[in-house]
Design a protein around this ligand. Sequence first.
Ligand code: SF4
Length: 242
Amino acid sequence: MVLAGFQKTSLIDYPGILAAVVFLPYCNFRCPWCHNGNLVLPASVAEASLLPIQIINEHLKKRRSVLEGVVITGGEPTLTRELPEMIQYYKMLGYKVKLDTNGSRPEVLEYIFARETTRPDYIALDLKLAPHRYPEIGGNEESIKKSSIIIQESGIAHEYRTIVLPQGYLTEQDIKIIAQLVDEKSPWYFSPFKPGTCLDSTWNSFTEPAVEEIVHLTEIALSHGKTAYLRGIKNKTCQAKP
Ligand code: SF4
């Protein structure tokens, strides 16, 4: 088995925890704004220098005195057949495990949550558009709805993440509908779209949405009783619900 990337240390990917980050290849979505094209497209993955997992696992075995957690991200990690074994191995080493997911494979979440040995300690669920718009990015409405319910019912600590897209692509109405998938206690982070290395190069000509727009959408989430925050905007905060 191979990884598409490895970051030895991160202070920002796992809340409150010093973690290593492993990147798994391939994704079943095609978000035009995606910055991980090298992890998503099979042709790019085929050209990339992939890392044998054994080398990374050996490294993680030696770093237990320094690191506290491992973040498994992608691409979309639930596409990797060996995901349960990976989680089990990192937990066995004593790490806390965070899983990032686009919510497209609820059956995998159900499977790994059902066993203590493969249950992640923290989940980040991306909520990209209103569920009925998921076919625009290669997903489907039912899967994202089901995943959000499974995550909420799992009792596992989790967060939601939404990128505010350019050209008004993510609308006020989207946020109102997405809010139905979000529980009130878990943080819901709103961050700005960034042009530069988008999967669909036409998106590189779009500018970052105005801060006012990001604040506005975040405030809609707050007005629906959610614990919403801004992320990735310097010197700007939005009052989350206590
Ligand atoms: S789900 Fe994430 S990794 Fe996959 S295409 Fe969308 S942004 Fe990229």
